[in-house]
Design a protein around this ligand. Sequence first.
Ligand SMILES: Cc1cc2nc3c(=O)[nH]c(=O)nc-3n(C[C@H](O)[C@H](O)[C@H](O)COP(=O)(O)OP(=O)(O)OC[C@H]3O[C@@H](n4cnc5c(N)ncnc54)[C@H](O)[C@@H]3O)c2cc1C
Length: 424
Amino acid sequence: MKFVSYWHDTAPAFAGAAQGPVSGHYDVAVIGAGFTGLAAARQLARSGAKVVVLEAERVGFGASGRNGGHLNNGLAHSYLGAKAELGKERAIALYHALDDSIDTIKALIAEEGIDCNFRRSGKLKLASKPKHFEAIARNFEALNKECDPETALLSPEDLRSEVGSPFHGAMLSKKSAMMHMGRYVVGLADAAVRHGATIFEGTTVTGHHELNGTHTLQTSRGSVTVANVIMATGAYTTKNFTWFRRRIIAVGSFLIATRPLTNAEAQAVMPGNRTCVNTMNIGNYWRLAPDNRLIFGGRARFSATSDQRSDSKSGEILRDSMERIFPQLKGIDIDYCWGGLVDMTADRYPRAGFHDGLWYAMGYSGHGAQLSTHLGMTIADAILGKADRNPMQNYPWPAVPGHFGKPWFLPLVGQYYKMLDKFQ
Ligand SMILES: Cc1cc2nc3c(=O)[nH]c(=O)nc-3n(C[C@H](O)[C@H](O)[C@H](O)COP(=O)(O)OP(=O)(O)OC[C@H]3O[C@@H](n4cnc5c(N)ncnc54)[C@H](O)[C@@H]3O)c2cc1C
């Protein structure tokens, strides 16, 4: 078994990183080379801005190269819940931003010629318990009428041709998609460079100050001066950016990938070949990879770390969950096991905007594989003086009380969700 992300292992290496010392003056510095940062850099560079991307590790090192590969167009919340919390107008705007994100990615891939197995697969939200289906049905009623007519309610019978495991019904979101995340992130970086952006890998931003509208960024390899800075650092935000660290909760999420399934096995497990997520609070998500592996993920443990030890512990838990849902896969070889940090906010709504001289987009709370491209481009457009399409514009973002970067409270949250899963 390899303890490495399947996406990292099966994507071409990015070969366009700039060499030599980090120096000079740029219009915009983007900190972080995940989807957010690279989409922003590409958008700015193609409009003629002089852009530098500063990445501590390598392109796609963070969540963008480690996720489940689902481009789902729903929110982290139920539509009814979001409507109650955000108001109808903002809830619909945010939902449509997720829809638009998938269209944006599809168009970008076509424009830049990125070969990343993009497919409009549709997503199933599968009810694990009968009363979960009642909640799905209530939500569907409002969502379908007010916001997304391309949704459908499926009965347990309908699901027989979709998933090789019994569930109590589901909601189908037809606009959702899937793709190869590693090929996309490298393709996005190549595109940004083609448009004129400079990308430095192995370059951690260690210090920042601003004087009269000019920012100086110190890095492990030199320093640059810039007119604008975009924070695209998500769950991997380093200690020196305290304001963001107090607002982003980095939560471990983990995945396993089986050996490639034969066509008969794939047909038995996932005849519908869509992205799937179940309704448990400590839930699971899965899909088939381009080479027919089952990629199966979940929170598994409420951990703030992802390293080989932590990932392998979670991998064992995930194997159990996978075999419970798909007993037909009992004992199958697991070829990959990996984890990453999800950029959660306390209310699980994303945030994008401008604070104390810094532009930012982050906090996608498990729904960032698509929204990050969209909000990265939205922030770039705001810098370019174009119309602001940010659905979370001016939405308050208070610090998480008692949180200074290490989420000590995660085990308590885990216990709480375990209890909910027992009784709800
Ligand atoms: C296991 C897992 C499964 C997921 N599954 C899904 C899914 O199926 N669908 C979905 O929609 N979302 C999913 N997500 C969430 C999604 O992947 C993220 O929201 C999204 O990739 C965030 O992209 P980003 O560019 O904002 O951040 P990242 O991709 O995390 O990039 C941030 C980068 O910033 C760099 N950085 C940080 N600080 C500094 C610094 N000081 N100097 C220089 N560089 C710095 C880091 O090295 C990192 O490369 C998942 C996440 C994980 C971890």
